[in-house]
Design a protein around this ligand. Structure first.
Ligand SMILES: [Zn+2]
Length: 161
């Protein structure tokens, strides 16, 4: 037996104002998208904005349903919409922002496991990392350079033969 340590770089910003211009613009789009989230059940509003290689920004927000699992997270709404509208165009970055009607979201909202897996699919397909920027209502902002950083040992198509 041997130990294999998995480490990754996580960039920590004091606020969105510290982000580089391109990332700041993308986060602003995620914030705008978040305001249109349909979240009558969780009251947790999430917006996502995807920057593509062609310069287009595609947005998404969480869409809930009375039959709870039928809803979809903001990240997957955005990335699936990007793939539907711009098939084959590479994805550079995803920005995520979250607020709640019930409490102050004072830490960055990271994508759930299902969204990490979905983003991973496109990262593997394009053979290039997808950066993820995460923010809440207040507090620091985090950026990782690849979804594989936050989903190590991801399931992928090589397991399917
Ligand atoms: Zn999710």
């Amino acid at each position: 037996m041997r130990l294999r340590r998995v480490v990754f770089d996580l960039l920590v910003y004091e606020s969105v104002d510290e982000l580089e211009q391109e990332d700041h613009i993308l986060m602003n789009e995620a914030v705008k998208a978040r305001k249109n989230a349909y979240s009558p059940y969780s009251k947790f509003n999430v917006g996502a904005a995807v920057l593509l290689d062609n310069g287009e920004i595609v947005i998404g927000n969480n869409q809930e349903n009375a039959s709870y699992p039928s809803g979809l997270c903001a990240e997957r709404v955005a990335i699936f919409y990007a793939s539907a509208k711009f098939p084959g165009v590479g994805i550079k970055t995803i920005a995520i922002n979250a607020t709640s009607k019930n409490f102050v979201v004072n830490k960055p909202a990271a994508p759930c496991g299902n969204c990490r897996q979905s983003i991973s699919e496109y990262e593997i397909k394009q053979r290039r990392p997808i950066s993820i920027i995460m923010s809440g209502e207040t507090g620091e902002v985090l950026k990782c350079n690849s979804v594989s950083d936050i989903l190590p040992l991801a399931f992928n198509s090589t397991f399917l033969g």
